[in-house]
Design a protein around this ligand. Structure first.
Ligand SMILES: [Zn+2]
Length: 319
């Protein structure tokens, strides 16, 4: 699979303006929400870094509220090698699985240290847009967690054709589910966008569009303040995204996991009981009709990792 996204030079961006590498904060001085946009939560996911780099280069002109831009896992990014890009996802532990008190208190790992340093900037936000890309070529998906306010925002944002309602992963808590973002009674909102394959140039377009939408929906910056080249495509929000609810993850029991077909993602398997893979010698079957495969991949295979998630449409859930 060709990797067509160039590695961005982040020598200027990593300086930051709050005394922390890669963190930029802008305050309009006027009332309004505090919006946080994050890139490089995974060191090999470059599209968000490109979008934030372009926005910073253009000049950030916040009209209401506050905006924080964060290049998260710079240590992992610094190990990026295009010939083995999967290896730079993280250094010690997945940065997007460390958002619990216990893990944030661990000072011995690169990612837990970094997450603890970034924590105040995460906790001050009313909106989070967390920009990611995917191991395999597949349509972009917006990952919204399980809270109704985030599902609503994801549908309204129309950034991607698919909105994935999911409880996260068994091996740790994501930034998008941390603190105020996971609080059932609160009003802080978080979206995670998976912009397509890591090396696909279109992932940068989706990242730009996601930034544009969160700035517009939060009301802190008008579209005309964005880089001109972002607006040339005149991309329109998806009018009615398909909402898919993840019912279960498939977690690798050992290194002995195979798929029966080279699944790319978003395939809908018609028949309940279809064998889609083998997990440590046991067949993995679809638990219901019209089961959608969300982000199947064996590229980060280790025991305990989620290799695919199974989802059903809202409609199917009602029957
Ligand atoms: Zn990611």
């Amino acid at each position: 699979m060709a990797f067509n996204v160039e590695v961005p030079d982040l020598s200027q961006e990593r300086v930051g303006n709050v005394g922390l590498p890669g963190v930029w904060h802008f305050d309009s001085g006027k009332p309004g929400p505090s919006v946080l946009i994050t890139a490089l939560v995974h060191g090999n996911e470059l599209c968000g870094a490109w979008a934030l780099k372009e926005l910073l280069a253009h000049g950030v002109d916040v009209q209401n509220g506050k905006l924080t831009l964060m290049f998260c896992n710079l240590a992992a990014f610094d190990t990026f090698d295009i010939s083995k890009h999967d290896a730079s996802r993280f250094v010690d532990i997945d940065f997007n699985r460390v958002w619990t008190e216990a893990r944030l208190g661990n000072t011995s790992l690169v990612e837990t240290q970094r997450a603890a340093a970034l924590r105040p900037w995460v906790e001050q936000a009313d909106y989070l847009l967390d920009i990611h890309s995917m191991h395999e070529p597949a349509p972009p998906v917006l990952v919204v967690g399980t809270l109704p306010r985030n599902i609503e925002l994801g549908v309204e944002a129309g950034i991607a054709e698919y909105v994935i309602v999911d409880p996260g992963h068994p091996d740790g808590v994501r930034m998008r589910d941390f603190a105020q973002f996971g609080e059932p009674s609160g009003d802080a909102r978080a979206l995670l966008i998976e912009c397509g394959y890591h090396g696909d140039l279109s992932s940068i377009d989706i990242a730009r569009f996601a930034v544009q939408r969160i700035l517009a929906l939060s009301g802190i910056m008008d579209t005309d303040r964005l880089p001109a080249q972002w607006l040339e495509q005149q991309r329109q929000p998806v009018a009615q995204p398909t909402v898919l609810t993840v019912t279960e993850p498939v977690v690798a029991a050992s290194m002995d996991f195979t798929f029966t077909e080279p699944w790319q993602g978003m395939e809908m398997i018609k028949q309940q009981g279809t064998v889609i893979g083998h997990n440590n010698g046991q067949p993995v079957t679809t638990p219901y009709d019209n089961c959608t495969l969300v982000m199947p991949s064996l590229r980060q295979l280790i025991p305990g990792v989620t290799v695919v998630r199974l989802a059903r449409t809202e409609l199917a859930q009602n029957d």
